[in-house]
Design a protein around this ligand. Structure first.
Ligand code: PGA
Length: 255
């Protein structure tokens, strides 16, 4: 049974006080929810403050990124071990805002981050997704497959057990244009088939594949009830307690 997972990626938003207020609102409203696994990923400087608010609730803490080394001369970076020390159980890697733009993270680096996160004991949310140009050129399957191969091919099964995938079409992130439920299902079934080919039916059936990209309370139900959509990675709507709670409430029982 795959328990639904709804993760909030707060990105580079909120003040420390606002982050605490948002976490308090979530603890009050969904802090004891067990049916859905809930993760919030605040900016690094607020991890400890949010951790204190989440204490005693079932909401887990995650980070938005990590470095691929455990320590060393890497100015401005944060290691997976430090994230664990700050109370994180999760880390997002491979987000399109880090694959693209000025950061230009490549699959081999993302693979190193997954390994480092696993070594530190973190669970990983690995994002994959195509740009609009790639979709319009019918390259979606090959782009997704290349990302999966580059980040995950040959990973031992024990590492894969701590990986959750997130299909995030780049054209849907922060645009208000979500993928249709059919588009999400099509790609997410493709991802599960790839997992089946690589790692076998057991792991493919156990691995959660989230959808991300303009998920809101009013589209969450139709997206999250697709057979291969096991939850959501939420950006903008995760900054508003009502909206994030609405998405959590729209998640069906596990599949
Ligand atoms: P969005 O962001 O919900 O604001 O589209 C999703 C994400 O970047 O994970």
């Amino acid at each position: 049974m795959r328990k639904p997972l709804v993760a909030g990626n707060w990105k580079m938003n909120l003040s420390g006080a606002q982050a605490e207020q948002l976490a308090q609102a979530l603890v009050a409203r969904v802090g004891q929810v067990d049916r859905v696994q809930i993760v919030v990923c605040p900016p690094f400087p607020y991890l400890l403050r949010v951790r204190a608010v989440l204490a005693g609730s079932k909401i887990a803490l995650g980070a938005q990124n990590c470095h691929h080394e455990a320590k060393g001369a890497f100015t401005g970076e944060v290691s997976p071990t430090m994230l664990v020390d700050c109370g994180c159980q999760w880390v997002i890697v491979g987000h399109s805002e880090r694959r693209g733009g000025k950061v230009q993270e490549k699959d081999d680096l993302i693979r190193k981050k997954i390994n480092a996160a696993h070594a530190a004991g973190l669970h990983v949310i690995l994002c994959v997704g195509e740009t609009l140009f790639e979709r319009q050129n019918n390259e979606t399957p090959s782009v997704i497959e290349n990302q999966l191969v580059g980040c995950l091919e040959g990973m031992p099964a024990d590492k894969m057990a701590s990986v959750v995938l997130a299909y995030e079409p780049v054209w849907a992130i922060g645009t208000g244009h979500n993928a249709t439920p059919q588009q999400a299902q099509e790609v997410q079934q493709f991802i599960r088939n790839w997992l089946d080919d690589q790692f076998g039916a057991g792991l493919a059936a156990a691995t959660r594949v989230l959808y991300g990209g303009s998920v809101k309370p009013d589209n969450a139900g139709s997206l999250l009830t697709q057979p291969d959509v096991d939850g959501a990675l939420v950006g903008g709507a995760s900054l508003v307690a009502d909206d994030f709670v609405g998405i959590i409430n729209a998640a069906p029982a596990g599949k």
